[in-house]
Design a protein around this ligand. Structure first.
Ligand code: AHG
Ligand code: MN
Ligand code: MN
Length: 338
């Protein structure tokens, strides 16, 4: 059989030709690809490189930082400053936005969660990196928080790297979703999952069930109905998964369908939810929608949420379209009665 593999770089060049672009998009993705390869290497070396364990510091959100959170953040900041594409960056691990020195021509903004699923680092379970690319707004001369506070619908591109049993990079530029697997021997991402699509129906859900006592009635109703299986109103058996790495959950949903919930509950609602809008929920929502799925807060489309703060948290419900719509309808019914 003739050799047909396409590298991520060639894929980006093809896209660029199709769009008649100037090459700047390929350049800005190149920096992210380098960063993800280097983080993959550090995650993979794990204990051998002394990379496991805590860093002894907290991030702005009061979360304990792991050594790899700090290292991955440093790698992302450094690699993505080199190409000059980004005027500024924002990260889960940085309180304030980061203006890129010497990037006077940078036309884009990069938001990222350098390492998602940190609680899984020390136990050798999949973690990932999530990124969202925005355009620097017209006329924005200084890199301040306001420039980053754009709705999810304005994203130019979004993606994640999954450091799992193989390392993958999954990307959307608003023209479907494609997945690339890192060939460690040649150091290249190769297209292995073209045009990823999510089935509209599913028999699998993901939620941290230890929080059940805090759930709102519509979430409780949905999960109860799933758990009743064939005998219940859904008339079919459901399976449940919870990895505690959002990247891994989203990847599973892209591969075989499913629904992921980190809803608002009576405890996390004080902070707005658990997951962060700008560098977790919005990029994943863009990918999920581009693959034919849906992403909401339970009470509205995720990518329409008007951001008010860089580290804003939101309830997240995403995945197979019919399930996400059903959960949204349960919220609407409940709110109408309240
Ligand atoms: P991070 O490691 O970047 O802080 O994100 C962790 C997130 C997400 O990946 C995951 O779905 C969720 O937190 C896990 O939460 P629980 O610990 O409540 O299961
Ligand atoms: Mn995260
Ligand atoms: Mn993180």
């Amino acid at each position: 059989m003739p050799y047909k593999r396409i590298t991520l770089t060639h894929f980006l060049l093809q896209e660029q030709r199709r769009l008649g672009g100037s090459g700047s998009f390929t350049a800005l993705m190149t920096d992210i690809i380098f960063a993800c390869k280097m983080i993959s290497h550090e995650v993979n070396r794990g204990a051998l490189a002394g990379n496991l364990g805590v860093a002894g510091s907290e991030n702005v959100q009061g979360e304990e930082q792991k050594k790899l959170d700090v290292l991955a953040n440093d790698i992302f900041l450094h690699m993505n400053a080199l190409g000059g594409s980004y005027a500024g960056m924002a990260s889960e691990e940085l309180e304030d936005v980061h203006a890129v020195k010497g990037a006077a021509d940078g036309k884009y903004l990069l938001l990222f969660d350098p390492l998602d699923g940190s609680s899984n680092i020390d136990v050798n379970i999949s973690v990932g990196s999530i990124f969202s690319i925005l355009k620097l707004p017209e006329g924005a001369s200084t890199i301040e928080e306001a420039a980053f506070l754009q709705k999810g619908v304005t994203q130019v591109a979004a993606g994640y790297a999954l450091y799992g049993s193989s390392t993958m990079l999954v990307l959307t530029t608003g023209n479907g979703v494609n997945g690339f697997t890192l060939d460690q021997n040649v150091g290249m991402f190769l297209l292995t999952h073209p045009d990823m699509t999510i089935p509209a129906d599913t028999k699998e859900f993901a939620i941290n069930a230890s929080r059940e006592r805090f759930w709102e009635p519509p979430v409780k109703r949905y999960v109860d109905e799933c758990r009743q299986g064939k005998e219940g109103p859904r008339g079919k058996d459901f399976n449940m998964r919870w990895v505690a790495s959002m990247v891994a959950e989203v990847h599973r949903i892209l591969c075989r369908g499913g629904v992921f919930l980190y809803p608002a509950d009576s405890e996390n609602i004080k902070k707005g939810g658990k997951l962060r809008l700008m560098y977790e929920a919005n990029p994943m929502a863009f990918i999920i929608e581009q693959a034919g799925g849906a992403a909401t807060t339970g009470r509205g489309r995720m990518m329409e949420v008007e951001p008010t703060a860089l580290h804003q948290r939101v309830p997240v419900i995403l995945g197979s379209k019919n399930e996400v719509e059903r959960i949204g309808a349960y919220h609407a019914e409940y709110d109408a009665k309240a």
